[in-house]
Write a protein that binds this ligand. Structure first.
Ligand code: H2U
Ligand code: ZN
Length: 349
């Protein structure tokens, strides 16, 4: 597909996963910036911080003490947003269906990626990242098999800019009774596409992207990372498994090594882009755990980073973005090119 006709022209792009539109304004990248700049993000200088609630052997804010873990460690969030096994209670207005509220049971966990306080995924050894993938898969399986858990959201908030509360490398898992908004939208799109075409939406999309090449950031035998055609955030990426596989637990041993490899390479490219500890929210989207097969589901991860043009200038989703439609200035193709140019040898290593 030739994008030449859109060059320098404002246009909108369709996101078939959420069925939303995004406004692209490639004519606008040179606008001056006199707004807010952020603090430079540095990784911690300490390998162990006696005041960190995630370091091995330390006491947590909730009062419990972490074991002297040597690889990774998962625990129930001391300040969980969800409560397990609530009785189902629904309150409604009775006739108009305008006021509806219903209990939501769930389990929240915290995953420490490493005993080292100062490391990030980009700085970890592939073997240690593969260990986190095994832990994620095990958590997905065990939480997902609970009777009232129908969705398991694995995610990481990196950096103070994303509201991350602690530099110690960690992620979270929120397992819920219902499928939350974003995966639900994707679920509906994947299901409709499957019904209509008897094919997977993301397999078909992968074919187009692998053939076009211009939005690919990096790839290996099992996974590839692209700036999706409909990317909202400036350097947003989509990490797709090449095999049609529905969840992280179904990945074979070689695929897990492949996922570790691509996670390290992608996060390294991010850090090198502006020579900073690159902030982002990332998370996996995968088959709901309601006991059904979900042949339509295709395992993938989204990286949603806020930075726009330097380590200190971020994209704000405000005004038109909040009230009308998300908007971006540089094209996804340009962002992919910048990430492709960014080296895979970490600037600190
Ligand atoms: P974030 O940095 O992404 O906010 O994740 C940290 C989580 O760790 C947060 O959800 C939990 C917070 O509730 N936490 C504990 O469970 N125990 C603690 O001692 C401190 C923080
Ligand atoms: Zn720590």
């Amino acid at each position: 597909m030739e994008l030449e006709g859109l060059k320098g022209k404002s246009h909108r792009r369709y996101n078939p996963l959420t069925r939303d539109w995004i406004l692209v304004s490639p004519n606008r990248t040179e606008r001056p910036w006199q707004g807010q700049t952020e603090k430079l993000a540095h990784s911690s200088a300490l390998t162990y911080d006696p005041d960190c609630y995630l370091c091995p052997g330390n006491a947590r804010a909730g009062g419990l003490r972490n074991p002297a873990y040597a690889t990774n460690f998962v625990f129930d969030n001391d300040f969980a947003a969800l409560q397990p096994d609530l009785p189902n209670v629904t309150v409604e207005d009775g006739s108009k269906n305008l006021l509806i509220a219903t209990t939501e049971s769930g389990i929240c966990r915290v995953v420490c990626f490493s005993p080292r306080h100062d490391l990030t995924l980009a700085q970890m050894a592939n073997h240690d990242i593969a260990g986190i993938i095994d832990l994620w898969a095990e958590q997905y399986r065990s939480l997902g098999s609970l009777p009232n858990i129908n969705h398991v959201q694995i995610f990481e908030n990196r950096g103070a800019m994303m509201g991350c509360s602690n530099p110690h490398p960690h992620g979270q898992i929120w397992a819920t009774q219902t499928v939350p908004n974003e995966p639900r939208k994707e679920h509906e799109s994947l299901s409709d596409y499957w019904r209509e075409h008897r094919r997977c939406l993301l397999c078909d999309y992968s074919e187009l992207e692998l053939a076009a090449g211009e939005r690919i950031v990096c790839e290996n035998e099992f996974f590839f990372a692209i700036v999706p055609f409909w990317a909202t955030w400036p350097f947003e990426t989509l990490l797709l498994s090449k095999r049609h596989v529905a969840d992280i637990d179904t990945l074979g041993a070689a695929e897990r090594v492949g996922l570790a490899d691509i996670l390290k390479r992608l996060t390294t490219r991010y850090d090198n882009l502006f020579q900073t500890s690159f902030p982002y929210s990332m998370g996996f989207h995968q088959r709901p755990t309601d006991g059904n097969d979900h042949a339509e589901w295709h395992f993938h991860a989204h990286f949603l980073p806020p930075l726009l043009r330097s380590a200190t200038v971020r994209k704000f989703m405000v005004g038109f973005e909040l009230l009308a439609s998300p908007q971006r200035d540089m094209t996804p193709e340009f962002a992919a090119e910048k990430l492709r140019e960014s080296p895979e040898q970490h600037y600190l290593l």
